[in-house]
Design a protein around this ligand. Structure first.
Ligand SMILES: Cc1cc2nc3c(=O)[nH]c(=O)nc-3n(C[C@H](O)[C@H](O)[C@H](O)COP(=O)(O)O)c2cc1C
Length: 219
């Protein structure tokens, strides 16, 4: 089964990281998490239990201190984000918050997760599962950034009628490359606003990943 790198960012939906990690493992994938500093406000990395004998918690949850361990780099030392990219057959960004989405669109890479994305082999599948407040989601910057990321990953410019995130998600699903946008859903958000912005249900994220990997022949 495929190796899946689960990128977790600073959305309140990161509280579901343990469950999503469990679901991916139960589906048979080998999973490593790479979490931003903000993501660690929402989940405790020490509760993520490695599934393979001999694996330690810190082997499956990678944080920025693993990329910058505090000792001077010596020639020949592993480069954490490149090692992760080599290991991973697929990248799942769930939840993908507005800030990291903006960084991906601009090519900024100032932490382990965004470096892994920037160094990503774009022939490999990527699942994007954004989660944010409704007004963040409907802000024009969000669509602009999603369109840019879709173009970068597929190598094709989305058509003019991909003018909403939902239309962009359909265009991606219908075929140009190995990318899925699993759009957020409507519900009462953690901030008590009601509207679109909650991370899609975990089965939808797994279905998108399974679909991509079966097409790629690496499921
Ligand atoms: C309680 C709380 C909840 C948040 N929820 C979200 C969210 O759901 N989506 C989002 O885009 N940003 C959210 N943010 C803001 C991000 O955490 C913030 O932009 C942060 O800088 C993101 O950093 P990162 O992208 O490096 O993880 C939240 C912040 C706080 C304090």
């Amino acid at each position: 089964m495929a190796n899946v790198l689960l990128g977790v960012t600073g959305s309140v939906a990161a509280i579901y990281t343990r469950e999503l990690f469990g679901d991916l493992n139960e589906a048979g994938y080998s999973v490593k998490i790479v979490a931003t500093r903000a993501a660690l406000y929402f989940f405790d990395p020490t509760v993520i239990a490695p599934r393979s004998a001999g694996e330690r918690n810190r082997d499956v949850v990678i944080v920025d201190d693993d990329e910058w361990p505090g000792e001077r780099y010596r020639r020949g030392d592993a480069v954490c984000h490149v090692e992760l990219r080599r290991w991973a057959d697929a990248l799942v960004l769930a939840p993908l918050d507005a800030h990291t989405l903006a960084k991906l669109a601009l090519g900024l890479c100032d932490n382990c997760l965004t470096c892994a994305y920037r160094a990503w082999d774009r022939s490999r599948p990527v699942v994007l599962a954004p989660a944010m407040n409704t007004l963040m989601w409907t802000h024009p910057a969000t669509l602009r950034h999603l369109l840019q990321v879709a173009e970068d990953l597929t190598g094709r410019r989305p058509p003019a009628d991909a003018a909403t995130p939902e239309a962009l998600a359909r265009w991606l699903q219908e075929g140009p490359g190995r990318v899925r946008l699993v759009a957020p859903v409507e519900k009462e958000l953690a901030c008590h606003d009601v509207g679109v912005g909650a991370m899609a249900p975990r089965p939808n994220i797994l279905a998108a990943l399974g679909d991509l990997l079966s097409t790629a022949g690496t499921s």
